[in-house]
Write a protein that binds this ligand. Structure first.
Ligand SMILES: [Zn+2]
Length: 353
């Protein structure tokens, strides 16, 4: 039975997560994609885009949707509440934990691996979901409720897309290792970043799949950073919806038109931070999207004692300036600029959009 994208509610303590399913029911080995946004309460541009994606998919003929699509425009209702009350949506204010550092599934994998030997992929996923549901039902902890609920919603999907928005930056995405099998939505800047702790949503999921050694099939999990934290214009919402639809067409999850070619990313590289050595007021000399050479001054920090000389911040490597602060004061040891250092320097001028 095909799903038609009606709103469904996943209860979560005294709140709920709204989600939408399209296309054929999920089956192991079949094309499928899971989108979520607003894990961080202050990063709601993706929510506006995914809501519009739901509307766009509802207008398509049912037979053109050939894979299971699940869309969760607001993954974290607690962070929404927190943002409304405090203008802070990145951390759980009770524990201080970043909402996107609580997805280490290694204990779950250890519990499952004695049991999943010889199981089909379908049964292995059923086992994982059962184990997670048991944990969720046994806990009254808010973080547990959130992490287990999101795992249950995402479990089994072949592509996991976690949509965020950067500080004052340009669009980019994080993946463990870039290849043709990584959906990139036409984003020009791709960071290969296997989060060392493995506790972000995408990396935690991917690591579980890798450690499952085939029992849970193959997946790609990425973090998509769209634009910046400024509110979107309607044109930008529509542009993002079209790019997402094109990626789904390219992956043959949607077959409403002929296959579309996706442009290859302009830059694939590693993630490098420029760190401040004093707490200071940052004044940038360059802009997001520019290409800089190693040693170029990207900005300066004006220290507390304004009679002291400003500290210059230089680029440690050549590359694209992806992300700058949208707050004026940077604490000592904090990042001032985040950069993409390309693996191959095929270009030396600014082309990043
Ligand atoms: Zn985020």
């Amino acid at each position: 039975m095909a799903n038609n994208g009606e709103a469904q509610r996943w209860p979560l303590l005294d709140s709920f997560i709204t989600y939408y399913d399209f296309g054929p029911a999920w089956e192991p080995g079949q094309p499928s994609v899971y989108f979520q946004s607003q894990l961080h309460g202050n990063e709601a541009a993706g929510t506006a885009v995914l809501r519009e994606l739901v509307n766009a998919l509802r207008t398509l003929p049912a037979e053109s949707i050939c894979g299971a699509i699940r869309i969760v425009p607001r993954a974290n209702p607690f962070a929404w509440q927190s943002y409304v009350q405090t203008r802070q949506g990145t951390y759980d204010l009770t524990t201080g934990e970043n909402w996107n550092r609580i997805y280490d599934w290694s204990a779950l994998r250890e519990e499952a691996e004695t049991q999943w030997k010889g199981m089909s992929e379908d049964d292995a996923w059923k086992l994982m979901r059962r184990l997670v549901a048991q944990r969720r039902e046994a806990s009254y902890d808010l973080l547990d409720q959130l992490r287990y609920s999101l795992f249950e919603l995402a479990s089994g999907y072949a592509y996991i897309i976690d949509v965020h928005t950067p500080d004052n930056g340009i669009e980019h995405l994080y993946c463990s290792r870039y290849s043709e099998t990584v959906p990139h939505f036409g984003v020009p800047n791709v960071l290969e970043f296997g989060d060392p702790q493995g506790n972000t949503f995408d990396e935690g999921y991917l690591r579980l799949i890798q450690q499952a050694e085939g029992h849970l099939g193959h997946s790609q999990a990425i973090t998509l950073e769209i634009k910046n934290r400024l509110a979107l214009h309607n044109d930008q919402v529509e542009d993002w919806v079209e790019r997402i639809l094109n990626e789904l067409r390219h992956r043959r999850i949607l077959q409403d038109v002929e296959d579309v070619e996706m442009p290859r990313p302009a830059y694939v590289g590693s993630y490098v931070s420029c760190i401040g050595r004093v707490t200071g007021i940052v004044v940038y000399h360059r802009r997001p999207g520019e290409f800089v050479k190693a040693g170029d001054v990207v900005g300066e920090l004006i220290p507390f004692d304004m009679e002291d000389a400003p500290q210059q911040v230089t680029a440690p490597v050549s590359g694209i300036l992806l992300n700058m602060r949208d707050q004026t004061i940077v604490p000592s040891g904090g990042w001032v600029v985040r950069m993409l250092h390309p693996h191959s320097t095929q270009a030396s001028t600014s082309v990043a959009g």
